[in-house]
Design a binder for this molecule. Structure first.
Ligand code: KIV
Ligand code: ZN
Length: 528
């Protein structure tokens, strides 16, 4: 079999491999529905991502269905699925990516001493397994990526040996994961450079870098790896991913674009689509982007202090190294009010990167009017919060119908909540230590559950006492984690809706786990 050409030969081009739907979705609490995954894959494809890692097909029926449908629908990107080092995983993965115009199997095994101990294989046994699994994958598709998981803590000689075996067996991309975010930029560059110089056959494959952010160095390590010779960066939107996350796509892409003078490599990404996809991923994953996050944070282009505002007015470049328009942010921020019509709302939403159909516009317009009645001016951030938090999905099991809370000095707060559970109305009253506690207790009376509150966070979207509050709630139940979010000018209402949103997501997660193994449940330990 002839080897597929892995790269065009253009040494200044870096391939962007997005793993939001696989590594990103693995982060505790990030749950995306099937349709949400399809939507994100379509946005990634449209923005010019070269390879989309769409999921882990053996992990669940849901993952398999998502990878298969993404493979069938995607127009430009290579569609990749993840598989552990065994035939069952690899066959399932091949089946899932089969309909892609350009399918890829990504198979991996932990090669460091700690990770070798998990399946309890000797170095020789693992080397044999790598040979047979990569050969098997290569017999199924032409495009095979292989990763020695925890590469940065693998002995140098052994790392060279197993990479050589994978290349000989037919791997076309060799990914070097810094699985635990342990490396540092100089070491990251040096490792890739030495591997390319040392391993026989290295010049026939693409070297990739996959960095986790445990020490906050993922983006720097990925860019350093490119300087060392890597030509594929693995990343996720908003840096989503296990623990502290992964290299953020928006960071590497904008760093390469902005500092092309010292990092002369280009990507095929349409950067004007960044802000929109960042917001969509934040909404569907339930992971709020921190305000000071590079590129996509709410404050990334905000100028608060007098000196900075003055400098900006004189010359934007005094305090901005990129233009907000480059990532798809509109420069203007004229507020809408209660007299604004549908056309103005649609126009503003389009400026913010949201394409809304007629039905969605109808729904958003009703909620916009409700908000405009409560708030004099509706700013861009209010609209983003409105779009992010959406309405109760039609198939949600639990919905808040109404609520009333009494609180103040001189006694416990009391909340009466009316909810609809699968179409049936239930009302309960509870007392609590403050209005939010009383509300959550009333909800728990209506829908008894053992979910533990891991996080409760409130932040104001805009200025003033009539600002919308965005509330995030993270729940944990039997190892399943789900995050919910809601925005309202009433903090207690936003809290109740965020709590119910998280419960609904937990119910979805329970269903998925019930179907079979789940990405977060499945062990990386060899199945074979
Ligand atoms: O971080 C890691 O090592 C991974 C592998 C599966 C490539 O995500
Ligand atoms: Zn990873």
């Amino acid at each position: 079999m002839t080897k597929a050409s892995p790269i065009s030969g253009d040494k200044s081009r870096v391939l962007i491999f997005d793993t939001t739907l696989r590594d990103g979705e693995q982060s505790p609490g990030a749950t995306m529905t099937h349709n949400e995954k399809l939507e994100i894959a379509e946005l990634l494809d449209e923005m010019g991502v070269d390879i989309i890692e769409a999921g882990f097909p053996i992990a669940s029926e849901g993952d398999f269905a998502a990878v298969s449908e993404i493979a069938e629908r995607s127009k430009n990107a290579v569609i990749c699925g993840l598989a552990r080092a065994n035939f069952k995983d690899i066959d399932r993965c091949a089946e899932a990516v089969r309909k892609a115009a350009q399918p890829r199997i990504h198979t991996f095994i932990g090669t460091s001493p700690l990770h070798r101990a998990i399946p309890n294989l000797t170095m020789d046994e693992m080397a044999d397994k790598i040979h047979e699994t990569v050969t098997h994958a290569r017999n199924l598709v032409d495009n095979v990526q292989w990763s020695p998981m925890d590469a940065t803590r693998t002995e140098w000689d052994y790392l060279c040996r197993v990479i050589e075996i994978a290349i000989k067996a037919g791997a076309t991309t060799i990914n070097i994961p810094d699985t635990v975010g342990y490396t540092a930029p100089a070491e990251s560059a040096d490792l890739i450079k030495r591997l390319i110089e040392t391993v026989p056959g290295a010049d026939e494959v693409v070297f990739a870098t996959h960095c986790h952010n445990d020490l906050g160095m993922a983006t720097a390590n990925a860019l350093a790896a490119v300087a060392g010779g890597a030509r594929q960066i693995e990343c996720t939107i908003n840096g989503l991913g296990e623990r502290a996350g992964n290299t953020a796509l928006e960071e590497v892409v904008m760093a390469l674009k902005t500092r092309n003078d010292i990092m002369p490599w280009s990507t095929g990404i349409d950067t004007t689509k960044i802000m929109h996809i960042s917001r969509r991923v934040s909404t569907v994953s339930g992971f709020v982007v921190q305000p000071n996050k590079a590129i996509v944070g709410k404050n990334a282009f905000a100028h608060e202090s007098g000196i900075h505002q003055d400098g900006m007015l004189k010359n934007r470049e005094n305090f901005e190294i990129m233009r907000p328009e480059d990532i798809g942010l509109s420069g203007t921020s004229l507020p809408l009010g209660k007299h604004s019509g549908r056309a103005a709302l649609r126009d503003k939403l389009e400026h913010l990167g949201y394409e809304v159909g007629d039905n969605q516009l109808k729904d958003v317009f009703v909620r916009f009017k409700e908000l405009a009645d409560r708030k004099k001016e509706v700013f861009d951030d209010d609209l983003i919060a409105l779009m992010r938090t959406g309405t109760d999905a039609e198939n949600d099991h639990l919905k808040i119908v109404s609520m009333k809370v009494v609180c103040g000095t001189g006694g416990p707060a009391e909340a009466t909540v009316e909810m609809e559970i699968d179409g049936k109305d239930v009302t309960e009253t509870a007392e609590g230590d403050g209005p939010v506690d009383a509300t959550f207790k009333a909800i728990r009376k209506i829908y008894p559950n053992t979910a533990r509150l891991q996080l409760y966070q409130v932040h104001a979207v805009t200025e003033g006492t009539d600002a919308q509050a965005t509330v995030s709630v993270r729940l944990e139940e039997d190892g399943n984690i789900a995050t919910g979010e809601s925005a309202n000018t009433d903090t207690v209402v936003a809290s109740a809706k965020a709590y119910v949103n998280a419960l609904n997501r937990l119910i979805v997660r329970r269903g998925r786990v019930g179907e079979g193994a789940d990405t977060k449940e499945i062990s990386y330990k060899d199945l074979a």
